[in-house]
Design a protein around this ligand. Structure first.
Ligand SMILES: [Fe+2]
Length: 442
């Protein structure tokens, strides 16, 4: 959307005023007896009050009416959004989904909230430890309604169709190949412009942060200045029945109020929604031989309390050069103590040129074997190793989690997109073992 402005920086203390109300931010204090323009001050806490300063998150919102002025919440139907991880029996197989279906507007109007489908997950929002992976597919903008996730943070990966997200902090347009994070408790509404689909990584009890860079140094991977937060924007609008939808302990509740919640005239703090363009990711890669592990492609991580073990990492496989000598260059064959969900925003993924399609997905669960398919192995075992562009025009990503995720009934049955022939892509792998083989020099 032309004209949208953003503030840059990851996790900084930011300040923003709607330009229509200069001076709306109180000077020198957070909570004056009377706020400029007659606004209410309201704090949104994203961490315990006493968290160390490095992880302490909160923002102050200066709004026309406070959030508390609403009618009581009542339960609403959840459709395919769930936190029930025992709906169906566990399945340790490699799982792959064809592109998830987007409803046709002519047949059924579906907004972002109604179009949320939980694919897999683990843990518990009540004990504040866990993860869920959702797919959204919709065709209609939200009208006089907004969504609030009380359970955790949403990392949203649009795959088809840009989405205009109006938040309490301002507006963000997010296109495929960009991501955004709407943190716990932040209210937002989604406008769409046609058939729209994407992926959501939800984490309970942790916020996303930039990974530590270790020996890489001060620069590289995702740079803090490329993360953008919205500029304050408000509407002073009376509405006959504005609906607030609240995801709370895995269930949906709604309440009514008579005004738009996007009534924040100014805000300051370090707890905001933000977006990031994946094109800005500075790729680190092998320049000699063998592989670095895919953790070199980590954009954001939600850390667990165990050092180096993530609740979930968001990892991308961007266009880059492949130059490794005497190396099988595609991803290695693998069994992992972590769960790996992969999605494809566009193009073809290098380890599986067929079958893994944009808008689909795959799940390789804990210790489930996976790796390049038969064609990929044969091609890359005999190809001449010149420098080559890898993943040109493509953006695959991975949600990697230390949780052993359960797949929902929707994921295994109702969505009807499970590719039951997935295992066949490895059936052509044959033995090349030769007991008479003699070593040659490299
Ligand atoms: Fe893997």
């Amino acid at each position: 959307m032309a004209g949208l402005k953003y503030l840059s920086g990851f996790g900084n203390e930011l300040t923003s005023e709607d330009p229509r109300c200069p001076g709306a931010l109180p000077e020198g204090q957070n909570n004056p007896q009377v706020c400029p323009y007659g606004l209410y001050a309201e704090q949104l806490s994203g961490s315990a009050f006493t968290c160390p300063r490095s992880s302490n998150k909160r923002s102050w919102l200066y709004r026309i009416l406070p959030s508390v002025r609403h009618k009581p919440f009542t339960a609403m139907k959840c459709e395919d959004l769930t936190e029930s991880w025992n709906e169906v029996d566990p399945d340790p197989n490699q799982l792959r989904w064809l592109p998830f279906t987007i409803p046709k507007a002519a047949e059924k109007k579906v907004c972002f909230v109604a179009g949320l489908h939980t694919l897999c997950g683990a843990g518990d929002s009540k004990s504040r430890n866990g993860i869920a992976i959702h797919v959204y597919s919709c065709n209609t903008s939200m009208t006089d309604s907004c969504f609030q996730n009380s359970d955790g943070d949403f990392l949203v990966v649009p795959q088809q169709g840009e989405i205009l997200i109006t938040t309490e902090f301002g507006k963000m347009m997010v296109e495929p190949n960009e991501i955004c994070v709407i943190q716990q408790g932040m209210r937002f509404s989604v406008d769409v412009f046609g058939e729209t689909r994407g992926y959501i990584l939800e984490v309970y009890g942790a916020h996303f942060e930039l990974p530590d860079l270790g020996p890489i140094g001060a620069n590289g991977l995702a740079n803090p200045r490329d993360f953008l937060a919205p500029v304050a924007w408000y509407e002073d609008r009376t509405v006959n029945g504005y609906t607030i939808v609240n995801k709370y302990q895995g269930k949906l509740f709604s309440c009514q109020q008579d005004f738009s919640p996007f009534n924040v005239v100014a805000w300051h703090g370090n707890y905001t929604p933000y977006k990031y363009n994946l094109e800005n990711f500075m790729v680190i890669n092998c320049v000699a031989f063998d592989h670095a592990d895919p953790s070199i492609f980590t954009v954001l991580t939600a850390k667990s309390t165990r050092p180096g073990v993530a609740i979930a990492d968001f990892v991308i496989f961007p266009p880059r050069w492949g130059v490794a000598d005497h190396t099988f260059r595609p991803p290695y064959y693998h069994r992992n103590c972590m769960s790996e969900f992969m999605g494809l925003i566009k193009g073809h993924y290098e380890a599986k040129e067929e079958g893994f399609q944009p808008g689909g997905g795959s799940l390789h669960s804990i210790m489930t074997p996976h790796g390049p398919d038969g064609d990929c192995f044969e091609k890359n075992s005999t190809s001449v190793l010149t420098p080559e562009r890898v993943a040109e025009g493509t953006m695959a990503f991975m949600f990697e989690s230390s949780f052993s995720m359960a797949v929902t009934k929707w994921g295994l049955q109702t969505c009807q997109r499970l590719d039951k022939s997935y295992y066949k892509c490895w059936e052509s792998l044959k033995s090349h073992f030769n007991p008479n083989w003699k070593p040659t020099s490299k």
